[in-house]
Design a binder for this molecule. Structure first.
Ligand code: GLP
Length: 263
């Protein structure tokens, strides 16, 4: 696991964006796994800026979003599709037919989820998966006790998740309590994972994920099983890590090796 304690969220977004753009340069038809929530917005702003200012093209990129609420009408402002339109898709040249979301409206959700998994495989698998993390350690909407081998399916949201997201719904509006999400097994199949977490509210989830035992009670801990995962943190989210100083030294060494051209 690579754990980078950044100066702040901006530096975290800067590092993640640089690494995504380097992957895109190597592979113009990159398969990107995308996340929602406030955390990845800094990455999306920078990708849009790279497209507008430097003409970086996403015309051959394929995208698979991590999750989507079940039961929201299409175009609902709180749907993750609307979020992605507003923060990324509306500002880059990715063709609409290359954009994929987990299914939420088909009659047979089980068959539709299986088709979604098949679509990821047909695209050659996810090259880079962007992740955030919930305060209860969820990744995507894989709530505590999600199987570490799970695939795309419908999940009931945890109380804590519903409470954390209540701020986005006007008083009296029904908030979704179900969502379709890529499974933990699906996420672990990605070639590379970039997880960002900022602020003290995420400190426990980060500690349990990075330093805790692998357990379905803290789904982020499953990432310990992945060979190429980077945690981009700030001082707040790193504040409970007992190995904080070690991770700082790792970063200094990495920078030195990079200066020498060894990395
Ligand atoms: C939602 C999403 C997650 C996201 C989490 C954290 O529950 N399903 O993918 O990581 O929120 O959101 P935020 O980044 O706003 O803290």
């Amino acid at each position: 696991m690579r754990v980078v304690v950044c100066r702040d969220a901006d530096e975290g977004a800067e590092i993640a964006t640089r690494e995504i753009l380097a992957e895109l340069e190597r592979k113009p038809d990159l398969v990107l796994g995308l996340a929602t929530g406030s955390t990845p917005i800094g990455i999306y702003q920078r990708l849009v800026a790279a497209h507008r200012a430097r003409g970086v093209s996403f015309a051959r990129v394929r995208t698979f979003n991590l999750d989507e609420y079940y039961g929201l009408p299409p175009g609902h402002p709180q749907s993750y599709r609307s979020f992605m339109e507003a923060h990324l898709f509306g500002g880059i040249d990715v063709p609409p037919e290359n954009i994929h979301f987990p299914p939420t409206s088909e009659k047979s959700i089980v068959a539709a989820c299986a088709r979604h998994e098949a679509a990821i495989r047909a695209a050659g698998g996810i090259d880079v998966q962007i992740l955030g993390i919930g305060t209860n350690g969820h990744i995507g909407f894989n709530e505590p006790t999600s199987s570490l081998a799970s695939r795309t399916r419908l999940k009931t949201l945890a109380e804590k998740t519903v409470r954390d997201n209540a701020r986005f719904y006007p008083e009296g509006e029904k908030q979704p309590t179900l969502a379709a999400t890529l499974g933990i097994g699906t996420i672990l199949d990605s070639r590379r994972i970039l997880l960002q977490a900022f602020g003290t509210a995420k400190a426990e989830a980060v500690r349990r994920s990075v330093e805790g035992p692998v357990s379905s009670m803290w789904p982020g801990s499953a990432l310990q099983l992945h060979a190429d995962v980077t945690f981009l943190l700030d001082e707040g989210s790193a504040s409970e890590l007992s190995l904080r100083d070690y991770f700082r030294r790792v970063r200094e060494n990495e920078e030195e090796l990079r200066r020498r051209g060894a990395l």
